[in-house]
Design a protein around this ligand. Structure first.
Ligand code: P70
Length: 457
C-alpha cells in the first residue's frame, strides 16, 4: 500500500516561532513549570490539545461569511440542527459555546448531593461539573483499559458487570443518567465498541436509567468500529455513528474536537421535560436556544465540520497519522499506551520514569523536558490532573500517570511529527538526569490549568 497522505492541500499558512533552549528554560521557569501558562508564541509544536485547534476548511471559512447573525431563528441554527439530528437522531438539539457548558446545564438539572453518574472514564470538566453540583462521578472502565502495555481493540469499553453491580448497590433512583465517553480521552483516546454501547444501553434500560454519550470524538470512535469490529467493515462511518447514537437518550458534545471548529458544542436529548429545563437554564446563562452562546457563523462552521469529519479519507489520514507517531516511539523503546488512540499518543510516565513516584509527578517532569528540549507543549494526565488528597493530605493517585501528545486536526504535517519523534527520543535517552516536581500553588478545582511547580532538588 502507498503512503497515506494528508487529504488536503494548504491554502493559508501560519508561521511558528523558534526559540533557543536557554530561552525556553527561562520561559518555563517564569510559567511556574506549567505549560498552560506559557505564551503560545513561545511554543514550536503545540500538542497541548486537539480541542479548538483544528484548521478549518475553505468551506468552513466560507460558512463564516455565510453565517446568519439573527438573534432568534437564525438560518445557521437550522442548518446546524439538521446535521446534528441527521447524525444523532436525537430530538432536542441545544447549542452551547463548548462541551463544558452542555455539561453544566445537564448536571445542574440532574445532579446534586446523593446522586451518582457512572462513565467509562469522566474527563476532567465532566467530573468537575458533576462534583460541583454535589453529585459523585464514578469511573467504571474495564480492567484492560487500565493497563497501558496491553494491546486490545476497545480499551474504552465500560465494565458492564460493574455497572450493574453499582446500580444495585446505589439504587437506580440515585443514578439520574449513565454516560459513555467516546473515545475515552482520559484512558488514552481508546474507542468503545458498538457491542459495549449496546450492552451498557441494555443495562440502563433494565433499570430505567437514561443513557448519554459524551460524543466529542464520535467520528474517530466510529472509524475504529469500522476497522476493528466484525460486521461493520462495509458500513459507512455515518451509518455507524447513527447506530451508536440510536442507543443513546442524549449526548453532550464539544464541537471543538470532531466538528473541526475552534469553538462550539451542543447538548441533545429525547426527553422533552428535561430539554425544557435545560433550555430555560440556557437562556439564563448562555443565550437564546437558537444560538446558545455562539455566533451564527460558529453554528455554520460546526455544521460544515460535521459533514467533513465523516469523510473516510479524512478519518483514515487522521487515525493513521496518530498511529505513525505511536509506531515510531514504540520502535525506539518508548513506553506509550498501546495501541495508539484516535486523537493523541499517551506516554506512560510510570514506565518512562520508574524512579520518580506519583507524588513527584513524573508526567509533569516529562512535559517540562519536552518543552525545554524541543519547544513541544504536551499535557500531563495523571496525578496533577486527577490526583486527590486523603484526609491526612496524602496524594491518592489515579491508576495511570500519562503525558498526552494531542494532535490538532489538519494542522501539522508528517515532518512536524518526525521532529516530535526526534525530540521525544532525545528526552528518553537523557531520562536519568530528570527530576521530580512539587506543587507550590494550586486552585481548589481543575488545578492543572493554573498550578505552579518547582523541580525537586
Ligand atoms: C481536551 C479538552 C475536553 C472535553 C473532553 C471530553 C471527553 C468534554 C470535554 C469538555 C480539554 C483540555 C484538556 C487539556 C488541555 C486543554 C484542553 N477536552 N468531554 O483537550 O469540552 O473543552 O469544549 O468544554 O475531552 O481533551 P470543552
Amino acid at each position: 500500500m502507498k503512503t497515506i497522505i494528508e487529504p488536503f492541500k494548504i491554502k493559508s499558512v501560519e508561521p511558528i516561532r523558534f526559540t533557543s533552549k536557554e530561552e525556553r528554560i527561562k520561559i518555563l521557569k517564569k510559567a511556574g513549570c506549567n505549560p498552560f501558562l506559557i505564551h503560545a508564541d513561545d511554543v514550536l509544536i503545540d500538542l497541548l490539545t486537539d480541542s479548538g485547534t483544528s484548521a478549518m476548511s475553505a468551506k468552513q471559512w466560507a460558512g463564516i461569511m455565510e453565517g446568519d447573525e439573527s438573534y432568534a431563528g437564525s438560518r445557521s441554527f437550522y442548518r446546524f440542527e439538521e446535521i446534528v439530528k441527521k447524525i444523532t437522531g436525537l430530538e432536542f438539539i441545544i447549542p452551547t459555546h463548548q462541551g463544558r457548558a452542555a455539561e453544566k446545564i445537564l448536571f445542574f438539572n440532574v445532579g446534586g448531593a446523593g446522586k451518582f453518574i457512572p462513565n467509562n472514564t469522566h474527563f476532567d470538566t465532566t467530573r468537575a461539573n458533576i462534583e460541583f453540583t454535589g453529585a459523585e462521578a464514578v469511573d467504571l472502565l474495564n480492567e484492560t483499559g487500565k493497563k497501558p502495555e496491553v494491546k486490545a481493540d476497545f480499551k474504552g469499553d465500560m465494565d458492564v458487570e460493574k455497572l450493574e453491580a453499582f446500580i444495585k448497590e446505589k439504587g437506580a433512583e440515585n443514578i439520574p443518567l449513565c454516560m459513555l465517553t467516546i473515545t475515552n480521552n482520559s484512558g488514552g483516546g481508546q474507542p468503545v465498541s458498538m457491542k459495549n454501547i449496546r450492552e451498557v444501553k441494555a443495562v440502563c434500560k433494565k433499570y430505567g436509567i437514561p443513557f448519554f454519550l459524551d460524543a466529542c470524538r464520535f467520528a474517530e470512535n466510529a472509524y475504529f468500529i469500522k476497522k476493528r469490529e466484525k460486521g461493520y467493515e462495509n458500513k459507512s462511518v455515518l451509518q455507524i455513528a447513527q447506530e451508536m447514537f440510536s442507543y443513546a437518550d442524549g449526548a453532550t458534545m464539544s464541537a471543538k474536537k470532531d466538528a473541526l471548529v475552534n469553538i462550539g458544542g451542543f447538548l441533545a436529548m429525547n426527553d422533552p421535560d428535561l430539554a425544557l429545563k435545560c433550555r430555560n437554564l440556557l437562556i439564563v446563562t448562555e443565550g437564546f436556544p437558537t444560538y446558545g452562546g455562539l455566533a451564527g457563523r460558529d453554528l455554520e462552521a460546526v455544521a460544515q465540520g460535521l459533514e467533513e469529519v465523516l469523510d473516510e479519507h479524512y478519518l483514515q489520514y487522521r487515525i493513521r497519522s496518530v498511529e505513525y507517531l505511536g509506531e515510531k516511539l514504540v520502535a525506539a523503546g518508548i513506553p506509550i499506551i498501546e495501541p495508539p488512540g484516535g486523537h493523541a499518543i499517551y506516554l506512560d510516565a510510570k514506565r518512562f520514569l520508574p524512579d520518580i513516584p506519583p507524588e513527584q509527578f513524573p508526567g509533569q517532569s516529562i512535559v517540562c523536558q519536552l518543552y525545554i528540549e524541543g519547544g513541544i507543549r504536551a499535557v500531563e494526565i495523571g496525578s496533577v490532573m486527577f490526583g486527590k488528597y486523603d484526609k491526612s493530605g496524602k496524594l491518592i493517585p489515579p491508576p495511570m500517570e500519562l503525558v498526552r501528545l494531542a494532535i490538532p486536526r489538519r494542522v501539522y504535517t508528517q515532518s512536524h511529527i518526525d521532529y516530535v519523534i526526534e525530540v521525544i527520543i532525545e528526552v528518553f535517552k537523557n531520562k536519568n538526569s530528570m527530576k521530580g516536581y512539587k506543587i507550590i500553588y494550586e486552585a481548589p478545582m481543575l488545578r492543572h490549568f493554573t498550578a505552579k511547580f518547582e523541580p525537586i532538588k
